[in-house]
Design a protein around this ligand. Structure first.
Ligand code: NAD
Length: 435
């Protein structure tokens, strides 16, 4: 029996998981942070030029037989941003708003993220422009398989390893793995990560991103001399990342006073029982009408007087419009790109300690790396071993970024970019540019 493969459609798709970057061009937002770090590193023009461009961008037509017998042609994208440190790694999203710019920026972010935690991967991202909510499970399966076939030359455990992203999940990964394996004429589990455990997935992958957020939040509290036990926390987004981070932070002794989802936020200054809230959401899908707290807006949650704010839902929620009103001492960016580049200096001015996304949410790709390692060695780890290895990598990466931020007197985001870019640049220098 393979229960994970029999999920209903509504558990496949998260239409509002992370919205299209509408306030800033995503590639320009990435480049503005990249430029600052490159300048501080005094990056030579050749390396700057190479790292400022994606290695490969594939745009492909994806014909799909719809349930009514028509053939509809979708557009699929896969961008390999940089593979100097190892196979490209990055998710595939199914979304109406996928653009080449967005996928390229996300592929660059994956490159920096893998380098920050020093795992041997490059960065990639993919997407298909479609509205998965309007499609049947059969149509989604055919779309996935045809898209996989269209990009099959880039895929492979040694070249390009996708993972779930917006509106894709372990079931979609199982279809990709199967399609790739059919073409290769043998089973290749290591071609994707985020698979069902029954077919080569890793223990601890589901919790990995939230667990990583918890580890770096604790490290930040220790750095700032704040006691974990007295810490108050507000978390935006109560999905995979937010709910796990809330649960683990509470287990560590923090008081989680606010949580939210797309329907709004719940605030209880005495602390919310996170296990109870998770059970509520499992039964009723949303926090709407959750009885044990006051209902406030998502905007109000962001500016609560708390010690730690964890944006774990969407991109571009901390902007120049609200950054000046944020009162948290620490922001742990569970989501990708929750802070606009323009808001960074406002947070700096206020002395807020920001754990940037490419470090804070790197727990997910780190355990994806463990999954790839386990698939390749054909030997599967216990959850305890996965969690211990994750712990070690997250703590070591936090310390490395903090050290660089002290050395160069820059914020943690710039330091994380500096660390990532210098690691990728070093490999380019060692390998030489094939020009
Ligand atoms: P998810 O779909 O499981 O959960 C998203 C949550 O955000 C849901 O509770 C949803 O209701 C809520 N939400 C949606 N719109 C909202 C709004 N306007 N205001 C407040 N909340 C809203 O997604 P996830 O996997 O938890 O991912 C969350 C973020 O973390 C995304 O930016 C994702 O790219 C990033 N991320 C996820 C992982 C991972 O392993 N899942 C890894 C790295 C980064």
């Amino acid at each position: 029996m393979v229960p994970q493969l029999l999920l209903p459609t509504d558990s496949i798709v998260h239409p509002d998981k992370d919205l299209f970057l509408h306030e800033e061009n995503p590639f320009e937002a990435m480049m503005s942070r990249f430029d600052r770090a490159a300048e501080l590193l005094d990056l030579e023009p050749v390396i700057y030029n190479v790292l400022g461009h994606p290695e490969k961008q594939i745009i492909t037509s994806v014909p799909v037989m719809m349930d009514n017998g028509d053939i509809e042609v979708f557009t699929g994208i896969r961008v390999l941003y940089n593979t100097s440190r190892g196979p490209a790694k990055g998710g595939i999203r199914f979304d109406k708003n996928v653009t080449l710019d967005e996928v390229t920026a996300l592929a660059a972010w994956m490159t920096w993220k893998c380098a920050v935690v020093n795992i041997p991967f490059g960065g990639a991202k993919g997407g298909v422009i479609c509205d998965p909510l309007q499609m049947s499970v059969g149509e989604l399966e055919r779309l996935t398989r045809r898209y996989t076939a269209s990009i099959i030359q880039t895929l492979g455990p040694d070249s390009d390893v996708p993972a779930p992203d917006v509106n894709t999940n372990e079931r979609v990964m199982a279809w990709i793995m199967d399609t790739y394996s059919m073409h290769m004429r043998h089973t290749v589990t290591a071609v994707v990560t985020g698979k069902p455990i029954e077919m080569g997935g890793s223990q601890g992958r589901r919790e990995a991103t939230g667990r990583g957020c918890t580890i770096v939040t604790k490290a930040a509290l220790a750095h700032l001399g704040m006691a974990v036990k007295a810490t108050t926390v507000a978390i935006q987004g109560f999905g995979n990342v937010g709910s796990v981070a809330a649960q683990l932070l509470q287990r560590e002794g923090c008081r989680v006073v606010a949580i939210s989802d797309r329907t709004g936020a719940v605030y209880n200054p005495k602390g919310i029982d996170i296990d109870d809230a998770i059970a509520w959401v499992q039964g009723r899908k949303t926090l709407d009408a959750y009885p044990r707290g006051d209902h406030i807006t998502n905007d109000a949650l962001l500016t609560l007087d708390v010690d730690v704010l964890v944006p774990a839902a969407l991109e571009n929620v901390i902007t120049t419009k609200n950054a000046a009103h944020i009162r948290a001492k620490i922001i742990c960016e569970g989501a990708n790109g929750p802070t606009t580049a323009a808001a960074d200096p406002v947070l700096d001015e206020k002395g807020i300690f920001v754990i940037p996304d490419i470090l804070a949410n790197a727990g997910g790709v780190t355990v994806s790396y463990f999954e790839w390692v386990q698939d390749r060695e054909g030997y599967f780890w216990t959850e305890q071993r996965v969690n211990e290895a994750l712990h070690e990598i997250m703590e070591r990466s936090f310390a490395a970024v903090l050290e660089l931020s002290r050395q160069h007197k820059v914020n943690m985001r710039t330091a994380a970019y500096m660390l990532a870019i210098s690691r990728v640049a070093t490999v380019h220098r060692l390998r030489g540019i094939y020009a």
